[in-house]
Design a protein around this ligand. Structure first.
Ligand SMILES: Nc1ncnc2c1ncn2[C@@H]1O[C@H](COP(=O)(O)OP(=O)(O)O)[C@@H](O)[C@H]1O
Ligand SMILES: [Mg+2]
Ligand SMILES: [Zn+2]
Length: 254
């Protein structure tokens, strides 16, 4: 669909152009722009992150080590989003403490990818599992029914807060089949998690704050070994540096 108010094609989507003395019609660039806008609108980005981009990702100024480490992470995310799909691993896994900017960076990567013509969808892990579970109920709405299919087939899947749900056999089977299907079809996942992992030194923290019972649980504990290992196969794993929770940092400097 072209942009209806495009000054170049007057909404027709075509431009009459001369090339080597021959007059012909070519697609107007606004068709691509309109497609990107539609892809962004369909990505389901939560309002809190709708403006999150690499351009407004702020580096700390009071700690040189933190600045450098966070800048490295930002550059890796930028490189991935610019070079995809010509990257070693098709996905990204951002692992680290809450408030370090994981979801911000994941959305920023998706924004860049959508601006390059890809499409993708954001799912909060907890909500996705709830939607899939509700979809078994015959009275469920169409959004719930479509959630699993969308998460399986979306060109890019942003899975936020992976593992933030009580593990049951059903959760483990569901997340394993989702990740395995996407992995087998080389469909990327961009995931974030607060959970720790023994292979990623110093990353993340104990699962599920507020629930002492789950204290100390790792990503593998929360999604199962198989899902965790497929995820590591398909994703470049990025450990977030230890930086102050951005919400506190912002409150302090503003
Ligand atoms: N370095 C940063 N620059 C700008 N905003 C940030 C930065 N880090 C986090 N934020 C913002 O702070 C809030 C919390 O960050 P978020 O990405 O949700 O952290 P996490 O997912 O690691 O818990 C969000 O509104 C996010 O946009
Ligand atoms: Mg987050
Ligand atoms: Zn146009």
């Amino acid at each position: 669909m072209p942009l209806s108010d495009c000054p170049n094609c007057q909404g027709s989507g075509w431009i009459i152009a001369q090339r080597s003395g021959v007059t012909g019609a070519k697609r107007c660039d606004c068709v691509l722009v309109a497609q990107q806008q539609e892809n962004w609108a369909n990505a389901g980005i939560p309002p809190l992150y709708e403006n999150a981009s690499l351009d407004n990702f702020v580096l700390p100024t009071d700690n040189q080590v933190a600045t450098r480490n966070l800048q490295n992470v930002m550059l890796i995310v930028r490189g991935y989003a610019k070079e995809f799909p010509a990257v070693d691993k098709p996905g990204l896994l951002l692992i680290g403490e809450p408030g370090t900017g994981k979801t911000h960076l994941a959305v920023a990567a998706l924004r860049t990818l959508i601006s390059r013509g890809f499409s993708g969808v954001f799912y909060d892990y907890q909500h996705l599992l709830q939607s899939i579970r509700s979809s078994y109920d015959p009275t469920s709405g169409s959004t719930d029914r479509e959630a699993y299919a969308t998460a399986l087939d979306a060109e890019l899947l942003l899975l936020d807060d992976l593992g933030a749900h009580r593990i049951t056999d059903w959760v483990e089977d569901t997340v394993t089949s989702l990740i395995t299907y996407r992995c087998n079809n080389r469909k990327p996942i961009i995931a974030t998690t607060n959970l720790s992992d023994p292979d990623i030194a110093g990353a993340g923290r104990a699962a599920a704050t507020g629930s002492g019972r789950e204290y100390g649980r790792t990503l593998a504990d929360q999604i199962g070994m198989r899902a965790r290992s497929r995820l590591f196969e398909m994703c470049r794993v990025i450990r977030m540096p230890q930086v102050e929770d951005y919400r506190f940092r912002k409150a302090r400097i503003s």
